[in-house]
Design a binder for this molecule. Sequence first.
Ligand code: GLU
Length: 306
Amino acid sequence: MTTAGHSAYRGRFAPSPTGPLHLGSLLAALTSWLEARHAGGSWLLRMEDIDPPREQAGAADAILHCLQQHGLRWDEAVLWQSLRGAAYDGALSELDARGHLFACACSRQQQGPLGECVRGCHQQGCREGDWRDTTPPRPRALRVSVPPSFTTRWHDTWQGPQHWPLGATLGNFVVRRKDGLYAYQLAVVVDDAAQAITDVVRGADLLDSTPRQHLLQQLLGHPTPRYAHLPVLTDAGGQKLSKQNLAPAIDPNTPERNLRAALAALGQTPPPVTANTANAILAFALEHWAPAAVPAQPAVAGPASF
Ligand code: GLU
């Protein structure tokens, strides 16, 4: 496996516009910004708008506005995944040409435990002009055949040493859905490579996506970034803060309060009261950034008042 090695640090924040930012997503944005700025690197923004049925009108603009209100400014133009279909098709064609894809109409219940096609629809292969056809009555998903022996390891900044025998546990996975939409796993790998990302900072809820992304990077000949999975924030009932769980949106007009809450969850030194603008809080946080103080856990309780 190639790694990003010595290239200049390039990090990113990659929100899905399925709703406004909540405190958990601010944590990912802030930490990826702090890591990038601390390394003297670039911080990029990618809007992962590839799933229109799950998206909320206006959410992408609200996210950009909210980041700006928090003083989190990105370098380079925003990459919009909705404009990247040609790149994703190119990657699918490469995977197909190398024999790693199969097209399958089976529902989850009809698949084997490792995502095998048990009805044999994969035996029709996945030929040009064949897998591109998503028209009913037999819409098919495109899945990657995971070699049974495929295992991946990495050292995660906050989640520690990772060892994932993907081939024996999670198995084959979807890269283009039956409805024709590109899967997150495919798009994120294509775009992390296109944006030359060296370091991925995101929530630990995505930890089990990383082995799939490692495999795709290998199959497509892309470098593998370093990974740092942050603890996810939980609410008073122990539930992960997420848009699906209707985590409350952060108020873009109280950036100082939000940043202070995020820094507290990250175990950082509280900025002094004299730091009374978002920029002043960010400057203090950057100067005192202590990655080792971030709780090395999959989840931590968020502040009670959010
Ligand atoms: N779009 C994903 C999310 O909002 C994050 C993807 C990533 O950072 O790899 O949860």
